[in-house]
Write a protein that binds this ligand. Structure first.
Ligand SMILES: [Cu+2]
Length: 105
């Protein structure tokens, strides 16, 4: 009985990945858990600080600007992406932390 359940779970995971409405990006070791993700327009990304230092996640990409301010370890904030296109997400504290959120129409 375990195998069909596992197969079903994997199929579900793949379909969710292709049409993701909600994803979680963690910050650990001063890096994002993914360099690039794709979500649907109107979808939400949860930014979770799973690190030992504060992070300040933000974007200046037009239509999807946000600034979460300094978030202590353990904090998480949801960001909804309202406009289609490529969104460059950075950490204002750690210049090497960069990722891209592609918002599909
Ligand atoms: Cu940071």
């Amino acid at each position: 009985m375990r195998l069909p359940t596992l197969t079903f779970a994997m199929c579900m995971g793949l379909s969710v990945g292709a049409l993701a409405a909600n994803l979680t990006i963690t910050q650990k070791g001063r890096t994002f858990s993914s360099e690039s993700i794709t979500i649907k327009k109107g979808g939400t990304v949860t930014f979770l600080n799973d690190d030992s230092v504060p992070h300040n996640i933000m974007s200046t990409s037009q239509g999807n600007e946000f600034n979460l301010g300094s978030q202590p370890p353990g904090a998480s904030t949801d960001v909804t992406f309202k406009e289609g296109g490529e969104v460059q997400v950075i950490c204002a504290i750690h210049p090497r932390m960069k990722m891209t959120v592609t918002v599909s129409e």
